[in-house]
Design a protein around this ligand. Structure first.
Ligand SMILES: [Zn+2]
Length: 318
């Protein structure tokens, strides 16, 4: 390599670092699209206004090989791996035997470059330990650099009450930590998971309680959105924010989910991306989120992994 080549390469690296691409996924549990759209959510609206909002679907191909229960952990793993349950093999919240041959997005990022920072902020610890299988050799080893989770096991600080106030409070603590970490460290890839709306949905179904819980979630999204905007302004980093949910709820009561009804299969995606192509507005699938984030982060995925993905990026060429 000549000196000139070295210098050119050096300049290229500096430029790339100055416009580093980063992404944060936000999953708010169990909010039907019709509920989200009927409640004032100024913060999610602000993200959508910067990019776009679309209804989307989960549950795989109804009646087909990839049909997947509209159950929480099934949905999370679908988002994390970009595949349906017939591949990732998570069929319920007990997460019996995930098939780690279908790589999660954290593994993809860490395989691209072990030095890229990752984080998870979560009201449910199993997301890291079981779904991502962080630290397990068969799941690709250690993939999460920073985690703030497990508070659901701190029963003295967060005594479990039937109204799920403890989940509301854990969501608050997780969000505060996420906002702080995003602002100060700004990992390349992170995932914020909040649970309260699902608990309220199961308890009360459709109505005022659920609407209030959704507004609470929107405030939490606002904390994170503010942090990302602040960091983005100060660092020049190019941030992608994707906010979504894991399933809808039954039409009759709004208390249940797991089946294949239209309302249970209907989710939504809000993102600040200014690269949305028309596929984003034509009923995208939850499996399209991973390819889009990978696309934004410029992560190259091994061909054997990529060809198993069930979705496609909804971003246009940069
Ligand atoms: Zn759920």
């Amino acid at each position: 390599m000549t000196l000139m080549t070295l210098m050119t390469t050096g300049v290229g690296v500096d430029v790339a670092e100055a416009k580093e691409n980063k992404a944060v996924l936000v999953l708010l549990d169990g909010i039907p699209a019709d509920v989200l759209e009927s409640v004032p959510t100024p913060h999610i609206d602000a993200i959508s206004k910067a990019g776009g909002y679309s209804r989307a679907y989960v549950g795989g191909e109804a009646g087909g090989l990839s049909e997947s229960p509209t159950i929480s952990a099934v949905g999370y793993q679908t988002m994390l791996t970009g595949t349906w349950a017939n591949k990732h093999n998570v069929w319920g919240n007990d997460i019996k035997e995930p098939n780690y041959d279908y790589w999660d997005i954290f593994r993809m990022v860490k395989t691209q470059n072990i030095n890229l920072q990752t984080a998870i902020y979560s009201t449910w610890e199993d997301n890291r330990t079981k779904l991502l299988g962080d630290g397990l050799v068969e799941a690709g080893g250690k993939k999460v650099d920073y985690s703030f989770d497990g508070l659901e096991h701190e029963t003295e600080q967060y005594p479990h009450d039937p109204a799920s106030d403890y989940i509301r409070d854990i969501d608050a603590a997780v969000t505060t930590d996420a906002a702080q970490h995003l602002r100060t460290v700004g990992p390349t890839l992170s995932w914020l998971y909040l649970q309260y709306t699902d608990d309220i949905g199961h308890r009360f179904g459709d109505g005022g309680h659920m609407q209030k819980a959704v507004q609470k979630m929107d405030e939490r999204v606002g904390e994170v959105w503010n942090a990302v905007q602040e960091r983005s302004r100060e660092s020049g980093e190019n941030w992608l924010v994707v906010v979504t949910t894991d399933h809808g709820r039954d039409m009759e009561t709004g208390k249940h989910h797991g089946g294949q009804s239209e309302r249970e299969r209907t989710i939504w995606i809000a993102t600040n991306s200014q690269r949305l192509d028309e596929s984003f507005f034509k009923n995208p699938a939850m499996v399209d989120i991973l390819p889009s984030v990978i696309d934004h982060l410029n992560v190259s995925v091994p061909a054997s992994v990529r060809e198993q993905l069930d979705g496609q990026s909804f971003l246009s060429s940069p």
